[in-house]
Design a binder for this molecule. Structure first.
Ligand SMILES: [Zn+2]
Length: 475
């Protein structure tokens, strides 16, 4: 009997080992090509038969055609509906076939910019020569699969009425579902010539959201209207989550880094939502409090990127900031926990980390808040004393170097990229980044239709719809 038990336990352990070994390599991306075949404006013109609930990709089975109501509603206009055809695709050839295009069409530009964008997203994951950025991240996934919906509304992207375009943009905005198992990417958001690279980068952004286990710690993480802008002071947890996703784009793309950096300059005007949708309160970043800067996604992505510049990679070639993120990844993770982990992992760079924090928050953080943020230590006491002395000696100067320390890591701080608000020509802010609204929400959706596709495209931000009680992470 005993022998049997040993045998049984050995077999069980073997099974567990085989299962774990397999699951480590079992991450799977399932792609679904989803064609918007018909648009019914208003929804009441759709055939009664089959008119289903609001569009929600997270509930779609593998392969079917269905009629779904838009989630978008503007005052004075009824919702529209779509006939949506969904097909699972496992190869580029299958994707081309479902799209009704050929490699020649792709090569000769006989497809829309949006179609090129979703094909390139597919390639970025499936083509082994292009998928390094994604694949090296899958080892950190706590889910075994990710369903990706590539939504092709190209028959309507450029020719439909503005209301239909707005609905498409709202319903099919790039986003990751709350359960972090699904991502949707639609052609409507990538109509420009240069959209394809941004689409691939945004897919990485969404996939990075899917790796983030932290939850929002506040009731209205993106403010009362559920929207947020690059220059908005939002909640700390929302700013942290967005900064993490953006940081992943930044370390893979110089263009994306410069783009995001352009929103975290001293001259940047930050907006604060006081009352639902009221953004009349503004503050210049250089005059904002450290608390406000910690609640802005672009200042937080700058913080992560500057730490990346200072700390670099470890002996295994792994990005040190990302490594600390995965070490602290969990429901309650936040920027403070991540920074404390970075200090724990890299004690020799402690002072350099303090200096980056001061640099990004314009030396605004009080001693008390600093201690709370990075954890009390003798090194910190010493640093704060030097900071205090330097501050007394340089009244009126806004110098990141006033916190100079006696460590050898100071040189890395000098690599700070030049900050110049006028150096990068980009459309200005106040373009919606991300909207969440509950299905039962009666709030008016902020207006996107005033923007041209070009503006929206360059901005790369738009509306995300929150389905039921989900908290999908829009771009
Ligand atoms: Zn995001």
């Amino acid at each position: 009997m005993k022998r049997f038990n040993y045998l049984f336990i050995s077999m069980l352990l073997l099974c567990v080992f085989i299962f774990s070994a397999n699951s480590a390599f079992a991450f799977e991306f399932n792609f679904y090509y989803q064609e918007i075949v018909e648009v019914y404006d208003p929804a009441s013109t759709a055939p009664n038969e089959g008119l289903g609930d609001k569009i929600c990709n997270w509930l779609s089975p593998d392969s079917k055609t269905e009629i779904k109501k838009s989630s978008y509603k503007e005052d004075g206009h009824d919702k529209i509906a779509y006939k949506v055809r969904t097909r699972k695709v496992t190869s580029l050839a299958e994707l081309y076939k479902q799209m009704g295009v050929t490699q020649e069409d792709y090569d000769n530009n006989n497809i829309s910019n949006g179609q090129r964008a979703i094909i390139d997203i597919f390639k970025s994951v499936k083509d082994s020569t292009k998928n390094q950025a994604i694949m090296e991240r899958t080892q950190h996934a706590d889910k075994k699969k990710c369903d990706v919906y590539l939504i092709d509304s190209s028959d309507f992207d450029n020719t439909a009425s503005q209301y239909v375009k707005d609905s498409l943009s709202n319903d099919f905005w790039s986003q990751c579902s709350a359960n972090r198992k699904e991502i949707q990417m639609g052609t409507i958001n990538y109509c420009n010539d240069s959209s394809s690279d941004r689409a691939v980068s945004t897919f990485l952004h969404e996939y990075s959201h899917s790796l983030d286990k932290s939850v929002f710690h506040e009731i209205h993480p993106y403010g009362k209207d559920g929207t947020h802008y690059y220059n908005e002071v939002i909640s700390k947890s929302a700013a942290f989550k967005e900064a993490w996703a953006e940081y992943n784009e930044m370390i893979e793309s110089e263009n994306r880094k410069n783009y995001y950096y352009s929103y975290s300059t001293p001259n940047q005007e930050l907006i604060i939502e006081k009352g639902k949708g009221d953004y009349s309160t503004k503050v210049k970043a250089s005059e904002a409090t450290a608390e406000q800067l910690l609640r802005n996604e672009c200042f937080m992505n700058r913080l992560l990127y500057r730490l990346h510049e200072v700390l670099g990679k470890d002996a295994n070639g792994d990005d040190i900031v990302s490594k600390a993120f995965y070490e602290t990844n969990g429901l309650t993770n936040d920027m403070s926990k991540l920074i404390k982990q970075l200090i724990k992992d890299n004690p020799e760079s402690t002072i350099a980390i303090y200096e980056v924090i001061d640099e990004v928050t314009f030396n605004k953080m009080s001693d008390k808040d600093f201690k709370k943020f990075v954890g009390k230590s003798d090194k910190l006491e010493e640093y704060l004393n030097v900071r205090e002395d330097n501050s007394k000696g340089s009244v009126g100067e806004n110098s990141a170097t006033r916190a100079k320390s006696d460590t050898s890591n100071n040189s890395s701080i000098k690599d700070t990229p030049k900050i110049s608000s006028g150096s990068i020509k980009l459309p200005w802010l106040n373009i919606k980044d991300n909207l969440t609204t509950t299905a039962s929400g009666s709030g008016k959706l902020p207006v996107l239709r005033k923007l041209s596709n070009e503006e929206k495209d360059t901005k790369g931000k738009g509306v995300v719809i929150e389905i039921e009680s989900d908290d999908p992470f829009g771009e």
